[in-house]
Design a protein around this ligand. Structure first.
Ligand SMILES: [Zn+2]
Length: 322
């Protein structure tokens, strides 16, 4: 393929991807046939870490990230190293680093940055340092795509909305530059109305299992047609969810008073809270398919099924009240 042809192909693919915020099949990680990277011709050249980074930057440009976000991109590893296998996970922890080494992955791509807050040491006796040492010694590069992947079309929130079967997707908090496709969260419609109780059950069925499961706030028999979602900690988008006309807002990591005050207003959506990890995990399959496509199949991908959600016990409370 000539360079101009590759560029044209990429431009078409980019614009197709840009409209994919409402593409349920694409966002659920179904087979994608459009090549994505103009940087990689199918010439038999070795695929390198920098090629994977190039594909990721085209899918999830760092310019889309929130201002406060840090640690996006290459945390460790040599951009010139060759890559045949990429492992995708929500978090880099001992389990997923071990998995990357065990399967021979040269890249571990996670949604959460490994070094998010400032650190003064990555010594091997520190929790983050030991992970970095293991990866560097084993030839594993670590890459994070965080809020840039949240906000991109076909990203974390699109995948979450699609996992719930939402149609007519749009950003919950649109960007100024491309408000139809890019921004925080997503709003979409169910194909038929459900009660809040049924919608919570749907979320429990469609998202990967966690110890803490799914909980809801609001009248259990309330009718739900329009749904707002925000993968991860979505407390900052409550006002946008209220303004969106959604009947329910699904997110994670909300606080007692915030939820109590929110659902006390009958004009506000109900709340469904899922585990932070569970809301972000559906994106991994989508990203994996696009990486394989973007590298012309030279890279194979594995989506980690290791549950990096930190909660390990959940007990129904039985104590007396009074
Ligand atoms: Zn998150």
């Amino acid at each position: 393929m000539l360079p101009e042809q590759i560029t044209q192909t990429w431009n078409r693919a980019s614009s197709a991807l840009a409209t994919a915020g409402s593409d349920v099949d694409l966002n659920r990680g179904a087979a994608v046939t459009r090549p994505l990277s103009p940087g990689l011709a199918d010439s038999g050249a070795m695929t390198r870490v920098r090629d994977v980074l190039d594909v990721l930057d085209r899918l999830y440009p760092e310019s889309l990230a929130e201002d406060w976000d840090t640690g996006i991109g290459l945390t460790c590893g040599d951009p010139d190293d060759t890559v045949t296998t990429v492992l995708l996970a929500v978090d880099a922890d001992a389990a997923t680093v071990d998995e990357a080494i065990r399967i021979g992955a040269e890249v571990l791509l996670t949604h959460h940055p490994l070094l998010f807050r400032p650190v003064q040491s990555v010594a091997a006796d520190r929790p983050k340092g030991v992970l970095l040492h293991r990866m560097i010694r084993s030839g594993v590069a670590h890459v994070a795509t965080h809020t840039n992947a949240d906000r991109a079309p076909g990203g974390v929130n699109s995948a979450l909305a699609s996992a719930l079967g939402l149609t007519d997707q749009r950003p919950l908090q649109p960007d100024d530059t491309d408000p139809a496709h890019t921004g925080s969260g997503r709003v979409g419609r169910l194909t038929r109305p459900l009660t809040l109780r049924q919608f919570a059950a749907l979320a429990a069925d469609r998202l990967p299992a966690t110890v803490t499961g799914v909980r809801a706030a609001g009248a259990p028999d309330r009718s739900i047609s329009t749904v707002a979602v925000c993968g991860g900690a979505g407390g900052s988008e409550l006002a946008a969810a209220a303004a969106s006309g959604a009947d329910v807002y699904l997110t994670s990591d909300l606080r007692h008073h915030v939820v109590a005050d929110f659902v006390a207003d009958p004009g506000n959506p109900a709340i469904v809270e899922v585990a932070h990890w569970a809301g972000e995990w559906p994106w991994l399959a989508n990203a994996a398919a696009l990486i394989e496509q973007g590298t012309f199949g030279a890279v194979t991908t594995t989506v980690s099924t290791r549950r990096t959600d930190p909660w390990t016990l959940h007990l129904p409370s039985t104590g007396a009240c009074g």
